[in-house]
Design a protein around this ligand. Structure first.
Ligand SMILES: *Cc1c(COP(=O)(O)O)cnc(C)c1O
Length: 238
């Protein structure tokens, strides 16, 4: 289990990486948000995030999130779902997440709209794209983007805020760059085609955050570099 001081130290190191990469690509570091990914870690890391003055976390499973939240934590933080959502968990997801980044099918769009509408709320969402063409990853294919955006715009209870992708897990360092650049270009095209704003470009994890910043990421989803290995072992990764 990581200590608060270790977390603080890791956070400093991550922030330095963000600032350096932003400067190198002529971007304002303030335009890049860091989303701490707390999945698989104990509830103490939620405490750390709160204590350091951050207010958002990313989780990838509905069940785990419900267990962590309880009544107390639900409202203390803003929760982003970043993992694939099964249709039968959608109802709970709408109850415990403030935004769903991993919207990856038309059926899910339709279901989330209905569930959010039933609760009288507007649910912020991102569309997940498989711009890395990784068979192991979910997400829309870029060819289906117009259809997915049209569907989101048709439904009143969804607020489309942007796009998300996960780089393919391969050795080739250019694969991540291609996936990120693909998402950036897709966003630009969709904004033109539909005349809408898509402010959020969620891309970049511990191993590829610099590349993601260079390609325009506005939301880095970082777990390991902040909280250490999820499989146990070394925790100090700054
Ligand atoms: C776990 C996870 C992350 C964080 O990955 P790290 O490599 O630990 O930073 C980011 N995005 C998604 C979708 C994840 O599932």
């Amino acid at each position: 289990m990581i200590s608060f001081d270790q977390f603080k130290c890791n956070l400093e190191a991550v922030r330095k990486r963000i600032v350096r990469a932003a400067q190198l690509s002529g971007r304002n570091p303030e335009s890049i948000r860091l989303l701490p990914v707390t999945k698989t870690h104990g509830p103490e890391v939620l405490e750390y995030v709160k204590r350091i003055g951050m207010d958002r976390v990313g989780e990838n499973r509905v069940q785990e999130t419900m267990e962590k939240q309880g009544v107390e934590w639900r409202k203390k933080l803003h929760w982003d779902l970043i993992g694939h959502l099964q249709s039968n968990k959608a109802k709970h997801a709408v109850e415990c997440f403030d935004r769903i980044q991993s919207v990856d099918s038309l059926a899910l769009i339709q279901k989330l709209d209905r569930l959010a509408g039933d609760r009288g709320m507007v649910l912020p969402v991102l569309l997940q794209f498989n711009t890395g063409h990784d068979p192991a990853k979910s997400g829309f294919e870029p060819e289906d983007a117009d259809m997915a955006v049209e569907a989101c715009l048709r439904y009143d209870a969804l607020k489309l805020e942007g796009l998300m992708t996960i780089a393919p897990l391969v050795e080739d360092p250019d694969a991540a760059r291609r996936a990120f650049a693909g998402l950036r270009l897709l966003r630009e095209r969709l904004m033109r085609t539909f005349g809408i704003a898509l402010p959020e470009l969620s891309m970049g994890m511990t191993s590829d955050m610099e590349t993601a910043i260079e390609e325009g990421s506005t939301c880095l989803r970082i777990g390991t570099a902040l909280f250490g290995d999820r499989t146990g072992g070394a925790h100090h990764v700054g």
